[in-house]
Design a protein around this ligand. Sequence first.
Ligand SMILES: [Fe+2]
Ligand SMILES: [Fe+2]
Length: 450
Amino acid sequence: MLRVLHRIALVALISSVLLSCGPSSRVYQAPPEALALASKAVTYPKTSFVVITDPHVYDPALGVTGSAFQAYLDKDRKLLKESEELFDAAIDRAATEEADFVIICGDMTKDGEKNNHLMVAEKLKRFQAAGKSVFVVPGNHDVANGEAVRFVGDHSEPIPSVTGAEFADIYRDFGYNAALDRDPASLSYLAEPVPGLWLLAVDSCKWKDNRPGHHAITGGAYSPETFGWIEATLMRARQQGKAVIVFQHHGIMEHYPHNAKFYGDYLVDDHDAVAEMLSTFGVSLVFTGHFHAQDISRRVFDEGRRTIYDIETGSLVTSPCPYRRVRVTDGQKAVIDSRFIDAIPSHPTDFKTYAADYVYQGTIKLADEALIKYKVSEPGRVKFNPQVSRAYVTHLKGDEKARIVIDTDGAGLWGKFVMFMQEDLLYGWTTDLPPADNRLTIDLTTGKSE
Ligand SMILES: [Fe+2]
Ligand SMILES: [Fe+2]
């Protein structure tokens, strides 16, 4: 009984460090007409593109000095002060990539500030100047966010966020004006960046339920209306022989063991049904962000006949500060590579170490706060915090190899018990579900990867 109570307490503890959980329960029933088209082969056109996500741009003019901003940073692990430099560095480098277009999987801004969205949109014009079209979707931080503020000395002041309509207007040249179709129920849309390739930009966020002055909802979902719009759009794609690539903010499958149990808000609600639905209509590649980690997962349906990949890219403001370049070849291979920002003007030589240390120390602070709430003694926290942080940082980089061995010496009885109960999570973060995360080639014909 004690063990059960402690497990309940620990789940609450872990949720307070990052997020809550929500198992996927809905079962997808494919319409017969979709199944009739399921075996129809599609050919992807040759193309290449860049994937950027979670730049969380924050204009330094909104305040980067003073105790209020510092207090905010102490509860956050993002390189917010450097976010503009990181976004500029990523654009400068990615603009030189051999690529036809760029997709950005949301969390454009720190907290949906209109000022920051306008800054992002202005900077994205540089991709267009380099001959690359850009397509964006919102992340959970981007729309109707009650935490849009500026920092002045020891306090913060509310500033305007954006409505859904304003988001679409600000990014009109980055997806919305070029859309072949738009979902009336969300900020989702359909584009055709290259003839024969449909790009389905899905708004997986719950911004319509955000409340003024409150934290924006972290979780994501396809509303029934959006689910139906996506099915209808994918049916048309099958009928017209278009290959489809999907991108959105929230993940559609677990990226580590126990992902749904501990951090369900990082996966779209009913993620099993969503993955099965997309796969039923022939979608093989889904690009996501949100967790700030480099990870690729896959699911296989229909006795191995269908494989769908969730290619999650890490955040520009979280070490290792990656973006991806994807090449689709005539031979129907998707070749995924990762690049890393290794210098910015304020850290020309030491950026990699600085960024890695920033997230490591930030996670230690968050773990410590959570453990204080659960009355773990100081020796226990000193023992435990680095282990949590090492496991988390291991997951952020992808291609996890070293399984963590939990060291409980000197942690005290309660501390030892808490560490024991964290085992599933630390195991999850240090266990890489197949396939590889940073470099991967997917055969789009067979669904296999190497
Ligand atoms: Fe994010
Ligand atoms: Fe997010």
